[in-house]
Structures are given as structure tokens and as C-alpha cells.
Design a protein around this ligand. Sequence first.
Ligand code: R5P
Length: 321
Amino acid sequence: MNCGRCSMYGGIKLFSGTSHPALAQEISDYLGVPLSGREIIKFPNENLFVQLHESVRGQDVFLIQTMCPPVSDNIMELLIAIDCLRRDSAGRITVVVPYLAYARSDKKDQPRVPITARLLADMIQIAGADRYITVDLHAGQIQGFFSIPGDEITAFHILNEYFAQKQLEDVVIVTADLGFAKKGRNFAARLQVPMAFVEKRRTGNDNCSEALTVIGDVDGKNVIIVDDEISTGGSIANTVRVVKEHGARDIYVSCSHPVLAPPAIERLRALPVKELVTTNTLPIPPERMLPNIKVLSVGPLLAEVIRRVHEGRSVGELFNE
Ligand code: R5P
């Protein structure tokens, strides 16, 4: 690969776990750097084994692994692969985790509960990662759970640009959650359209949420509901219902992470949503694809960030920061 700049670690080495081969291949194609060989095996006793097919001594290694199902296996695979790279004397190890699981467990908001996002960050560091790259964390403060440097990038520009090109009229951006208001406002500002909020309340630990009311005007408007992820689809289903009750015209949904855990697909299928626009931070298995789901790739963006990290160049420049 011709980087145009020198790196103190020699060339880029790309490795991927087994979670998202298509995205890893896309990143590799964009960079013109092949995915390095490795073997990942699950023994009959369910223990995982990782072996590299080539030396990484002194190299700048980027390890791509998202946290889709089977989540625990994919996390263990990531940790074991980091350990393997560390023991094989990699010069620097950057984990590229497009979707960080457990991000909703980021505080003690009730008695006797863990902060699993912090635990995950600790495990990644203790395994031996030097840096991380991720996309749209559930809450920006999760960055602080890591003491290694990292880059949280956003897929919002990609999603936003898609809607800008559609040139919809009378649009209002709606956030499915007051906690998402700031990001929703940025989304609306870039499209130069107004916004509204749906007030949501979680009712327990079992993924149940209740949408209470709309703050703002959606009557007769084309609504784009934005959120960071769709997990079981409960929040989106409630938000769609509430904006419909308040007179919304066409409804679009946009989110960075298509977690799509059961029963999300059944819920989405039943909703009057014109298009769900998301990204490939997690793979969507064919049986969960619906005709109205549009997947935009974060592959080129992640590849460009990898290139810049390797060359020691600004990542913020990519977003005009
Ligand atoms: C919650 O705070 C997030 O922003 C999403 O609204 C949530 O993760 C979606 O979960 P579900 O699809 O299960 O309602």
C-alpha cells in the first residue's frame, strides 16, 4: 500500500474476526491491503482458539470485529485475538469495533446493577489493545471508560447525505428519545429542517419502553425518526404510532446500528414506514432483510479513518472539524 507518509510501525496489517466478513473485506478492498490469514476455531468444549498465519512483529495492526450475535463469542474472539497479537509482538494494536455492545449499560441507574460498558472497555485494554475505533456510541461519555486513545466516528453524515439527496419536502426530524435530542438537532440542522421530540419512558429491564407524547409539530409533515440503534424495535414502533396519531404524513426511520433483535423484524414489518435507512455496522442476516430497509456502508469511512490513524493524520478533518 502506498500511504504517502511513513509510519513508525511499518505497514498496515488488517485482521478480522468472524463477526462481519463482508465489512472487513470492503475495508480491505478500499485500502488495497489484504486481510491477513488467521485461524479461528471453536473446540467441542466451546473454547475458542486463534492462530495468526503470519508474523505481526513491529506492525501497525488493525483488528476488525463488530459485536453482533453471538455477542459473547464475538467479544471473546476479539479479546483472544488481541492477546494473540500482543504475544506475537505487534507494534501497535487498534481494534475496529463498528458496534460496541453493552453500551446501554453505562451507569448505575438503579440499585445493584453493573456498568458493563466499562467492564468491556477494561477487558479490551487489559487484553492489550493500544487504540480503538468505533461508530456512534450510545453515549459519548463511554469514551471515558477507555484510557487508551480512540476515535468515535459518526455515521450520521452518511445517513444525512442520503436524505439530503432525496429532497423531501416538509420534513421534520423526530428523535425517539429525549436523550438523543442533541444528535437529532445536528441531523436537523444539516438538513435545515425543524425537529420534534417524542418523550419516551423505559418501564423495566426487559427492553420495554413507552412513548408518551410529541413535543413539536408533525402534523401533515414527512417525518424522519432518528435514533442510534434499533434493538427490539419497541421504541421505533411506539414513536411511529405517536407521530401517526399526531398527523404525520410519510414516515422514514434512520439509525446507525441495525441490531434488529427479535421481535424487531415482525414489528418493523407491521409499521407504516416508507424506508428504514441504516448502515452495516452490524450484518443483517438475509432472513431479517425487509424490502424497505436501505443499508449504507460505513466501510469506506472506517477504511479512511484506519489510513489516517496509520499515517498519524487528523481524523477530524474528514468531518470538517
Ligand atoms: C435507547 O436509549 C436507544 O437510543 C434506542 O432507542 C434503543 O436502544 C432502542 O431499543 P429498542 O429498539 O429495543 O426499543
